[in-house]
Design a protein around this ligand. Structure first.
Ligand code: HAM
Length: 416
């Protein structure tokens, strides 16, 4: 037998309803917040991610699915959605359109990580991006969108953690402070952190190695290095969130694992998850579009991990219910099965979901199967019913049975 690739998951029909519930909540919330759907390719030129996500991040240095296509071009399966949306925005001339530009996406993404609970190699994201506004109100709108989405899915007990990582000027000063702090310990830290120290010291803060984490605990906090503009931007975002009754905690440890962020960063975490507790993360990234060749365009967005949301729902005791069907049409012999087939066609054309016997089961076995399907009614068509042009319709909740003519069946089922 050929197995599924490591770190991937099948979604089986009985699991799909919960996925659909999350996707529905995503689309409904996006509509309310005025975000239109954008779809971009599953793979892009490798350079997009190297330049966009950052070539000192774990995502780019270790986790990308990169391959040469038959034309010898380097391509990469997207490790996230933000860079592709930015590329599409530029390439399609949307920068010249009405601002702000607001788009959402439901995608699969790929990272070659060590699989564990909540960490997959192919995973799914619901994400949203807002371009063109540098105002704190844009950060607050995006955070409010994320908050409303989680509420609509029915995710309970999440915490919003908020931080500001400042602008490049604040970060340059902070970087120097981090270098001074880590340098005396660097020989005891991992090989990656030794490289990060000179290239991008902030990346040390999200090193996953235990040996490094004991040093990151007491590292200087970015919030002590913010310039006046970044500080007042951050305070204005907080004021707006307070006025919208969106609770948050300040957490100077949130630096995010991707390089494009500036100013506001945030994560929603859930105690229901283990080590991979972040269900949704995002922030402002005012430098990315310019880095990809556009005129400077401020931007802010987020992405939620759908598998992690499903884990939270499972921890809340929510399971997928079978999709159910309105009516099961039970036939007893060849002629009544044929009638059931015809009736099924008519009922389906009326939008009524129905199933018939495709296995030549006994009546008892058909009832058992209908029960498994979660059928609301079972309509039995035997020899006698066939002669009368009627079905014996059993309400599976009350067990009451009524004879209903074939002609009235659709109306009867719709009325119940
Ligand atoms: P991210 O924090 O890398 O941000 O991913 C967002 C979410 O995707 C995470 O919080 C997590 O729930 C989920 N996720 C990430 N990696 C995995 C994995 N290997 N397995 C399962 N779930 C995972 C971004 O991707 C940014 N593009 C978000 C963003 C949009 N920032 C601005 N705009």
């Amino acid at each position: 037998m050929i197995n599924i690739p490591k770190g991937c998951k099948d979604v089986l029909p009985q699991e799909a309803p919960l996925w659909q519930r999350i996707e529905r909540a995503a689309r409904e919330t996006a509509k309310i917040y005025g975000f239109g759907e954008i779809r971009t390719p599953t793979f892009e030129q490798t350079e997009l991610f190297a330049r966009g996500v950052g070539d000192t991040t774990d995502v780019v240095t270790k986790e990308m699915y990169t391959f040469l296509d038959k034309g010898g071009r380097s391509m990469t399966l997207r490790p996230e959605g933000t860079a592709g949306v930015a590329r599409a925005f530029l390439e399609n001339g949307l920068a010249g359109g009405a601002m702000p530009f607001k788009a959402y996406y439901l995608i699969s993404a790929f990272r070659y990580e060590r699989p564990q609970a909540g960490r997959l190699r192919e995973f799914h994201q619901f994400g949203a991006e807002l371009y063109g506004s540098a105002l704190p109100a844009a950060d607050a709108e995006v955070i409010s969108f994320a908050h409303a989405f989680l509420a609509r899915v029915g995710i309970g007990g999440v915490k919003l953690k908020l931080n500001s990582i400042g602008c490049p000027a604040c970060r340059a000063k902070y970087g120097e402070a981090l270098k001074a702090y880590f340098r005396p310990h660097i020989d005891e830290m991992c090989a990656d952190c030794r490289i990060r120290l000179d290239k991008n010291p902030m990346r040390i803060l999200d090193c996953k190695t235990e040996g490094c984490r004991k040093f990151t605990k007491d590292a200087p906090a970015i919030t002590d290095f913010l310039c006046d503009e970044c500080r007042s931007h951050f305070e204005a975002v907080q004021d707006l969130l307070r006025s919208a009754d969106i609770p948050f905690e300040l957490d100077a440890r949130i630096v995010r694992g991707l390089d494009y962020y500036s100013r506001t960063v945030f994560e929603f975490t859930s105690d229901a998850l283990g080590a991979q507790s972040t269900v949704l993360g995002g922030g402002r990234y005012d430098g990315l579009l310019a880095q990809l060749g556009a005129k400077p365009t401020p931007a802010v967005g987020f992405a939620a991990g759908i598998e992690r949301l499903l884990m939270v729902l499972a921890a809340q005791g929510e399971e997928s219910a079978p999709a159910g069907c309105d009516v099961y049409l039970a036939g007893m012999d060849a002629r009544s099965r044929q009638q059931a087939f015809l009736l099924a066609q008519q009922l389906r054309a009326e939008g009524i979901s129905c199933e018939t016997d495709l296995m030549e089961r006994s009546l008892k076995a058909q009832f058992k199967y209908a029960d498994k399907l979660g059928a609301r009614f079972v309509a039995v068509i035997g020899e006698e019913e066939l002669a009368a042009g009627e079905a014996a319709v059993k309400d599976m909740q009350t067990s009451a049975t009524e004879r209903i003519s074939f002609a009235r069946l659709a109306q009867y089922l719709k009325g119940n």
